[in-house]
Design a protein around this ligand. Structure first.
Ligand code: ZN
Ligand code: ZN
Length: 400
């Protein structure tokens, strides 16, 4: 590959790739999924890579949701800088609750666009289309989703169009990615899957092991074609139900309606997106907008005392702690414990599509994610706190 100078993106410097690099964000990849697949003997690439490459436990962005973390990974920065702090938010300017998947909400350029502008060949493949516009913003390169793939892209993957609720939606990402890599060897490739399988199947379950075995075969193919591979996750995943299989939910809008009067406060669940079948829009993170004159500190203390709540913080403290944009968060930030989710009102959640006991994410309990490289990593400062959005830094600046 051509020798070019390093690039500075969002205040961090990255060396030009010395060999083609494939960064994979495995949606909802709680660390135990890989460990269990390796133990079951179905993931030989992972088994070898964990020994011969490098593996770390890193922390994702909280809220531990898909869009904030994917955007952090491709910008190398927290949401305070890039602005994407959920799938969904309350836009104070327009006074409306809206999806945050329009690039107009993105406040920073991506590494992918910067390298492409400097002459690198870059390709991005996602599972769901909701991420495509954000990840591909300003990018002069290939960028497509499994969900909206055209005929040529389906032919490249050698697959029929997968359902948006299927393991095949993620398989498409790998199949198309491997074929594209073998034919065109882009300098940088970013692959991002969906957590359909992880929402339904715990680590070690047959469907989970089959999914990681599938992934293992494509990663081996990419490696055989000469790719340096760096793999992380947008967030982990935990059971959010009781022993009888019913979800543990705090319906926070109903709670606040009871305390303050109906509709006085507004609870926003940033997990909300058009694809709610597998989680019913229930995650472990919420933000609440309070009526004028409300005592935020007192309400935070009162919510913190509810069983199942892990943290109830006022906006400024939450945004400092989790590096979030203050203008896009409510007056309170609420995070539930590992086994509990936060909803709005009972009447607003359709749980009829949940055909397995609820597993979800969003909280601090899903913050630990793997960082796995098929190259050795050197020169990290001792005691450094590793984030999933350090993946390009490690792969480009610290790989042997
Ligand atoms: Zn996700
Ligand atoms: Zn999810």
């Amino acid at each position: 590959m051509e020798k070019r100078p390093s690039l500075e993106v969002n205040g961090r410097r990255y060396r030009w790739p010395r060999e083609p690099l494939v960064v994979v964000c495995v949606d909802g990849s709680e660390g135990a999924y890989v460990d269990q697949a390796v133990r079951a003997g179905v993931a030989p690439w992972f088994a070898r890579t964990l020994k011969q490459g490098a593996a770390f436990v890193a922390e994702c962005v909280v809220p531990s949701f898909t869009n904030p973390n994917n955007l952090s990974i491709v910008t190398g920065a927290p949401p305070a800088l890039h602005g994407i702090c959920g799938n969904y938010f309350y836009d104070r300017e327009s006074g409306a609750e809206v999806m945050m998947n329009d690039p107009k909400y993105l406040r920073a350029g991506t590494l992918l666009a910067a390298f492409a502008a400097a002459g690198a060949s870059v390709a991005v493949i996602t599972a769901k289309d909701k991420l495509r516009a954000l990840l591909g913003h300003g990018l002069a390169g290939e960028c497509f989703s499994a969900e909206k793939a055209n005929e040529a892209q389906l032919a490249l993957a050698g697959m029929a169009r997968p359902s948006v609720y299927s393991a095949e939606l993620s398989q498409f990402v790998f199949a198309a990615g491997a074929a594209l890599f073998e034919s065109r060897r882009p300098d940088l490739m970013y692959l991002s899957t969906t957590d359909y399988v992880q929402h339904k199947a715990a680590p070690g379950a047959p469907a989970a092991n089959a999914f990681y075995a599938m992934m293992d075969r494509y990663l081996a193919r990419l490696e055989a074609a000469g790719a340096a591979i760096a793999l992380t996750a947008d967030h982990g995943m935990n059971d959010k139900h009781g022993p009888d299989g019913s979800p543990n939910v705090i319906y926070l809008q109903d709670v606040l309606d009871g305390w303050l009067g109906k509709g006085a406060a507004r609870v926003i669940l940033p997990i909300t997106d058009p694809y709610v079948v597998h989680h019913g829009a229930l995650g472990s993170f919420a933000t609440a907008y309070l009526p004028a004159g409300a005592d935020a500190a007192a309400l935070a203390a009162r919510i913190a005392a509810l069983p199942g709540i892990e943290l109830a913080l006022e906006r400024a403290e939450a945004c400092r702690r989790f590096e979030l944009p203050e203008d896009r968060m409510g007056d309170l930030v609420l995070i539930s414990r590992r086994d509990t989710v936060i909803g709005t009102s009972v009447s607003r959640h359709d749980l009829s599509g949940l055909d397995a006991p609820l597993r979800s994410h969003g909280g601090v309990s899903e913050q630990k994610v793997p960082l796995i490289f098929n190259r050795r990593i050197q020169g990290l400062a001792p005691g450094r706190r590793l984030r999933n959005f350090d993946v390009f830094d490690l792969a480009l600046n610290h790989a042997e």
